[in-house]
Design a protein around this ligand. Structure first.
Ligand SMILES: O=C(O)C(=O)C[C@]1(C(=O)O)C=C[C@@H](O)C=C1
Length: 340
């Protein structure tokens, strides 16, 4: 992995350091309790014995993900990464200790890319954090709303401000992250372009705030996942959530039967998401008259409100195993019960 001039981890092949790459830092297992091996539930502090936990996030300084990382791990050292994938790689290569990545937003919906990456990588979900996202419309000093012809931001942020941007009547341009959009218009001193980003991004990149709270609903919350190389030890005395992914044979009612394993045990599901199986997205079968039928084949991601330490959840997954062609537990972790 390598970093650019701004110290942002950028995509490269694998974990071997190339020229100009950041030095590989072993995880400070000897200083931070429970860093190696399964972690305890209280693993939320971002520092111990003078060592600051290094937490990867996607975007540049001033991105909401940076603020979410700091909320998840107080006093941590947030480490910017170019792509979601770079953040996954940085944890796997031990360049950082954790990653904090968005998974869904109350207005914009699911961040599908991170579901796909969860499956392709071997990290564990060890926590979740809800963050209230308050978007601002930013521009260079002297630029007024009526001068704007285009507005740049992360696609999720543009989606979350759809009504406001439609009213202003600007062209929307998608970029990698909100803070990157702010930096771009500032660096190029653009006079006809604005950015949707945080008030912190305005401060960092020296931009004016033309409008505050421009998201389509004042209550705009993004849920982030906390990822680590090792799982945490699940407990039953705290509210826990478990995330799994599975696939099923084709047939009538199979998904109904799979979800019934939770209903039968009174386990509440909080989310279900289906994604195409990337390796084999189509299932081809005989249509009974020498023709071929092509079915889409899916992976189902489910979150349920129970700890893997509870016999109820273990029985439910035992039952699901009988129906599933593939089943993986992505993590069992404390629910974020805060108001965001
Ligand atoms: O661009 C940023 O600032 C991000 O942190 C990314 C991101 C996302 O991917 O959803 C995070 C929170 C907001 O929902 C908007 C954008």
């Amino acid at each position: 992995m390598a970093s650019n001039h701004d110290g942002v981890f950028v995509a490269s092949n694998g974990c071997i350091n190339g020229a100009g790459a950041l030095e590989l830092r072993a995880s400070p297992d000897e200083t931070l309790p429970n860093v190696a091996g399964p972690k305890s539930v209280s693993d939320v502090s971002g520092s111990a014995n003078g060592y600051r936990l290094r937490v990867a996030y996607q975007g540049l300084p001033g991105a909401y993900s940076e603020a979410a990382a700091a909320k998840a791990y107080r006093d941590c050292e947030p480490v910017p990464c170019e792509l979601f994938e770079t953040a996954f790689d940085a944890v796997e290569c031990m360049l950082v200790d954790r990653a904090v990545l968005p998974i869904e937003n109350s207005l914009g919906g699911t961040i599908h890319r991170n579901y796909d990456l969860l499956l392709r990588h071997n990290l564990h979900i060890i926590g979740e954090v809800k963050y209230a996202v308050r978007h601002c419309l930013l521009a260079n000093s002297g630029v007024k709303k009526e001068n704007l012809k285009r507005v740049l931001s992360h696609p999720q942020a543009l989606a979350q401000c759809e009504n406001t941007l439609a009213k202003i009547g600007v062209v929307r341009e998608a970029v990698d992250d909100t803070a990157g959009a702010a930096k771009f218009i500032a660096t190029h001193k653009l006079q006809d372009a604005g950015a949707v980003a945080s008030s912190l991004a305005a401060e960092i990149y020296g931009l004016d705030i033309l409008a505050l709270d421009i998201q389509d609903d004042p209550d705009n919350i993004t849920r982030f996942l906390m990822l680590a190389r090792e799982p945490i030890i699940p407990v039953t005395h705290k509210p826990f959530k478990t995330s799994i992914v599975f696939s099923l044979e084709e047939g009538p009612g199979v998904l109904f039967k799979a979800l019934a394993v939770f209903a039968l045990r009174n386990i509440n599901l909080t989310k279900i998401e289906s994604r195409p199986k990337r390796t084999k997205p189509l299932r081809i079968t005989d249509n009974g008259s020498n023709g071929r039928l092509k079915y889409f084949d899916y992976l189902f991601f489910v979150d349920f409100e129970a700890s893997m330490a509870s016999p109820n959840a273990q029985n439910a997954l035992g039952h699901l195993k009988e129906l599933a062609t593939f089943l993986r537990v992505l993590g069992s972790y404390p629910r974020d019960m805060s108001e965001a």
